[in-house]
Design a protein around this ligand. Structure first.
Ligand code: C2O
Ligand code: CU
Length: 461
């Protein structure tokens, strides 16, 4: 419920009850939403090949200015659409002057292509990444995982969306084609002259919210159903979204793809690195309506507006949201228990998991293939009211409990990132299936990750 969500919002954040006037230099809703078209691969016999060059580019973000950003192929928020069963190979050429280690967040990929910090691509070099696409349909994203540059590479713009489709999902009557739209959300501090100001945490005085790289844009829609794939690529910003005056939409998918059943919702939390998918039916609004998507979690002085939907035309709508989407995942019975205590040490200014900061020379544990594990993630940061998340690479999981009680229907599907509020806990089930090798697990708040909140697990037979 909304009340439950709001109770869980960290202290120090303001809940905007009413839309307020924007207090930043740019007025909201003056720029149209950028809608990325899927990149075109080279189609080879047994895989699709993409060439992604990581490089700086001057991109128009605020009206009348350009901003120097870090990109894949010169664009913000590019989109790759892949199909289950058809592998993708990406040749990444690094034209940045910092290392880059490409990671497919949510991807079930072999260790050599997972973007482990030890596999950085140095400036001027290139490397092939193999994505087998054997997993179920889901919305993923691609970002850097290098040792010291990752937080800045993400903040400065290098984030691609990677949508994996599959035949079972294609057969569902959900909105498709131009009515299936990816929305990458983030905050950024951009000065009036267009300069993007880096901040590890992303929280700065009067940031602007970007959607696919467009600042608080408007999006012209038809009066029918749309599927929106929301991806939060912020370093640390959570979005707690509300549509219009709190109108209903349908929550259909999370990080690992479709929920077992749709969940009617009026509020949607999207924490850093999470994906949430919703269907919005604009047919209930008369043509000419303007419907604002805003975040209810802002710092003092921040404007809450994220995006405005302008209903500009009517349209036929053969789509619908079926009552059953995808069977609930069966992850088996856990035979191993692990605890993860997330905390901040003010003396060392480090964020720790089980009292220890990341050490590339330490393997924290070794899961066995074929085993289901039960992980309890506990946020110990009651004194600092800092939220933390847990993101294991390689395998999706299911959230089974929050604070000892069964998790709700919005968490009944597959996840790869779970956020836990100060003093709270989550229990997840995770099953290790096929790949061996070294993989990371970490908090996805980039400041915390940079300041130690990461470990590595080695999957073994
Ligand atoms: Cu978005 Cu280590 O991941
Ligand atoms: Cu954290």
């Amino acid at each position: 419920t909304a009340a439950g969500v709001l109770a869980a919002v960290p202290a120090g954040l303001v809940i905007a009850a009413q839309p307020r006037q924007a207090t930043e230099p740019t007025r909201p809703f003056t720029v149209p939403l950028r809608v990325p078209r899927p990149l075109r691969p080279v189609r080879l016999a047994d895989h699709d090949l993409y060439r992604l060059t990581t490089r700086e580019a001057d991109v128009a973000i605020l009206p009348g200015t350009t901003s120097r950003v870090r990109t894949f192929n010169g664009a913000l928020s590019p989109l790759i659409v892949a199909r289950r069963g058809r592998p993708v190979v990406i040749e990444q050429a690094n034209a940045l002057d910092v290392p880059f280690s490409m990671h497919l967040h949510g991807g079930h990929v072999p260790a050599h292509s997972d973007g482990h910090p030890d596999n950085e691509v140095a400036p001027g070099r290139s490397r092939l990444f193999h994505y087998p696409n054997t997993q179920l349909a889901s919305t993923m994203w691609v970002h850097d995982h290098s040792h010291h540059a990752h937080a800045e590479n993400i903040y400065r713009g290098a984030a691609a969306t990677y949508v994996l489709t599959d035949p079972a999902e294609d057969r569902l009557p959900l909105p498709k084609g131009q009515y299936d739209v990816t929305l990458q959300l983030r905050d950024a501090k951009i000065e009036e002259n267009g300069t993007l100001v880096y901040d590890l945490h992303g929280f700065q005085d009067r940031p602007t919210f970007l959607v696919n790289g467009s600042p608080r844009p408007y999006f012209e829609v038809a009066a029918r159903k749309y599927r929106f794939r929301l991806v939060n690529t912020s370093n640390e910003r959570a979005f707690v979204l509300r549509l219009g005056e709190g109108e209903e939409f349908t929550h259909i998918a999370t990080d690992g793809g479709l929920l077992p059943a749709p969940v009617p919702s009026r509020i949607l939390q999207v924490w850093p690195a999470e994906r949430q998918e919703i269907v919005v039916d604009f047919s209930k609004y008369p043509v000419g309506s303007k419907v604002v998507l805003q975040t209810m979690m802002t710092f003092p002085g921040e404007a809450p507006e994220v995006l405005r939907f302008d209903v500009v035309r009517s349209a036929a709508d053969p789509s619908s949201v079926p009552g059953r989407l995808r069977p609930a995942p069966d992850l088996g019975t856990p035979t191993v228990e692990r605890q993860f205590a997330m905390s901040f040490d003010p003396a060392s200014q480090q964020h720790l998991i089980n009292g220890r900061p990341f050490d590339v020379n330490r393997v924290d544990f070794r899961p066995r293939l074929g085993t289901t594990e039960s992980w309890t993630i506990e946020n110990k940061d009651t004194a600092f009211t800092i939220p933390h998340s847990m993101h294991p690479h390689l395998e999706h999981f299911r959230v089974v409990e929050r604070n000892g009680k069964p998790a709700g229907p919005s968490e009944a599907g597959l996840k790869d990132t779970v956020t836990v509020m100060p003093g709270e806990s989550a229990r997840i089930l995770i099953r290790f299936t096929d790949y061996t090798g070294m993989f990371m697990f970490h908090c996805h708040l980039m400041g915390h990750l940079t300041m130690g909140m990461m470990g590595q697990m080695e999957m073994v037979r």
